[in-house]
Ligand binder design. Sequence first.
Ligand code: HSE
Length: 445
Amino acid sequence: MSEKTMKPIQVGLLGMGTVGSGTFNVLRRNQEEIKRRAGRGIEITMVADLDIAKAQSLSGPHVKVVSDAREVIANPEIDIVVELIGGYGIAKALVLEAIAAGKHVVTANKALLAVHGTEIFAAAHAKGVMVAFEAAVAGGIPIIKALREGLTANSIQWVAGIINGTTNFILSEMREKGLDFDVVLKEAQRLGYAETDPTFDIEGIDAAHKATLMSALAFGIPVQFDKAYVEGITKLGAADIRYAEQLGYRIKLLGITKRTDAGVELRVHPSLVPKQRLIANVEGAMNAVMVQGDAVGTTLYYGKGAGSEPTASAVIADLVDITRLHTADPLNRVPHLAFQPDSMSNLKILPMTDVVTSYYLRLRVADEAGVLAKVTGLLAEANISIDAVLQREADQVSQAGENQTDVIILTHDTREGVMNEVLTKMQSLPTVMAPITKIRKEELN
Ligand code: HSE
């Protein structure tokens, strides 16, 4: 039987939400072209969702809708299970059960893979099935494909991305409108950009899940979310965004992973980025990822990181990959984490105190003779070189009557542990009037 006359590959979908309905729509709309690419039709024939009536109306009359996901997994006709439930709980059990039943799995679940990826990929490897996860990082941007295949010739040096649309939307609004975080968060929730419980987004956890996966793919190391440094955007003030702008920088929440002689950096935190970099101009809910490879140089991938059809675009790309490859010898498939499972590296992930980067510091100081000299003296003692200083005119009179002002210092690279020791000393100076703000700075060149 030629591939063209083969019956379509059968897909079972767990969780019929925004991405599930997008997947139906795109598969329906583009079915002929997708079939010409895949060599065979792709059909979702079964859906599991607790809301059967809604799922049935979204998927159409020819799809069997059940409330128990295990019915989908147990169906011998189903070749691929698409997990769109999310979270680490039931989703983990179902993915492992699908693998054990010999099904290939497509998932958009970054949290699950960042935390339990080692166990899931090992189970899939042992069973000879594929677990595909293009939709888990940066939605519609094919960054997994780029890291795993397109850049395979390279020794990758670093990856840095805006990989959370909610926080990028909030930061864009704060900068453009000069508003504080809390005000913009409420507005983002009202407009549906931010979840009612926005913790995973605003605390950087979602971005860290995605950075963890990119780190594993870039360097051939196991997924290690527990070793990621995670800092969100909740403490950022409108003043820092303004000062950064005056110094020629934008503040972005970056997910960064970098290979150094000492080990691998894996971190998510707000970063100053020079405003002439393309990535600094990624605004609103858009995502972008930069990858630096030794052969290719710097590359940049930009697009929608969430949403119904952008995420469906990634899910269907995985369905096509599996359709093309499922009959191939598992040894000849693209490895889950880009490197062959028996050739993974044991490069360690560095603690944050060993990360080398540069800094933006904002100090609220008494505006009197010698203050700046004391502050810069502490930096000099620790061999930390200063890149720029911005001093505001005295703008506030404290209760004691003395003038106060903001001093902003940009430093050159230093080890974070050294910077933290200096900051402890600086903070205890009697002329430093408020907690010092420290934001990391990345030149990305
Ligand atoms: N909540 C994420 C974001 C999308 O705001 O980018 C899903 O990971």
